[in-house]
Design a protein around this ligand. Structure first.
Ligand code: GLN
Length: 282
């Protein structure tokens, strides 16, 4: 590695636990390599040789990264479930933990089933489910910057998704669904100031879950239980120590068979329950 790259790597080490990988990604971005080829070329050829312009672009990216801008915003993309999603400031960056919600949802869906993704953001959950299993997908997102990204991502990942710009707290969504999924804002308001500098660059509207972090679960469960088909699942991502409270919320609206799934760090990360099937008395 030459002196130029070495000094950039050192700068990145102040914010990153994996400065070498971040440097490689930013260097490839600066060199104009498409995001679906990131890291592949570096593995074969090492870090790319840059023109003067590209080197300037990379220095600028590293400077911004060292000031706390999230890597994915700088690159304009984030990987989720093996696909590249466009991201920019104004949308929550897809997280690896959220893949657990997808893993929990997929075996509970038949091909062609209908799925509603509330607070869809980049669309990583709903569009991934659609692309994995050819579903009828509806994604709802309120904020214009996020909705624009949802449209971009749908066009490349699952164009048949129905996209609705609306407020899940007040608007109704036409139709009934075999599954409702959501990664709503769930950080208790008082915890927002202690989030990392990167997370604080993300929209607080995607993070702030009210005083106890459970505001959205209460409203979404009660507003959308009637949109669920009999036997259908409502599945949520949740934060630390929230699963059992959410289970109670889901029971209180009449859902049953609760499930909780832990993330790779052992934290309950997904919680859900299903609508009872209609019982016919003879
Ligand atoms: N998982 C996100 C974080 O820890 C929070 C996402 C959310 O509130 N839905 O920063």
């Amino acid at each position: 590695m030459n002196q130029f790259y070495r000094s950039l790597e050192e700068t990145l080490s102040s914010v990153s636990s994996d400065p070498r990988r971040e440097l490689a990604l930013m260097a490839e971005y600066a060199a104009g390599i498409p995001s679906d080829r990131f890291l592949l070329l570096c593995l074969i050829d090492g870090l790319p040789v840059l023109s003067q312009d590209q080197a300037c672009r990379l220095s600028d990216l590293v400077r911004r990264r060292a000031q706390g801008e999230p890597l994915q915003y700088l690159l304009g993309s984030a990987d989720f479930y093996g696909r590249s999603f466009s991201v920019r400031p104004g949308v929550l960056i897809p997280r690896f933990d959220t893949e657990i919600l997808v893993d929990t949802a997929l075996p509970r869906l038949q091909e062609g089933a209908s799925v509603l993704d509330l607070c869809a953001g980049s669309g990583c959950i709903g569009l991934t489910l659609g692309a994995e299993k050819n579903l009828r997908v509806t994604c709802v997102e309120k904020y214009p910057e996020a909705f624009a990204l949802l449209q971009e991502n749908a066009a490349k990942i699952y164009p048949s998704a129905r996209l609705v710009q609306g407020d899940v707290l007040t608007d109704s969504v036409e139709g009934t669904f075999d599954m409702i999924v959501s990664n709503p804002p769930y950080i208790p308001t008082g915890d927002l100031p202690s989030l990392s500098i990167e997370v604080r660059r993300e929209p607080s509207t995607a993070l702030d879950g009210g005083e106890d972090g459970l505001y959205f679960y209460r409203i979404l469960a009660s507003r959308f239980v009637s949109s669920l088909n009999p036997g259908g699942w409502m599945l949520f991502e949740c934060g630390i120590d929230q699963a059992s409270s959410i289970e109670n919320i889901l029971r209180s609206v009449g859902l049953c068979d609760p499930v909780t799934v832990r993330d790779y760090g052992g934290i309950p990360r997904v919680v859900g329950a299903r609508k009872p099937r209609e019982v016919s008395y003879v």
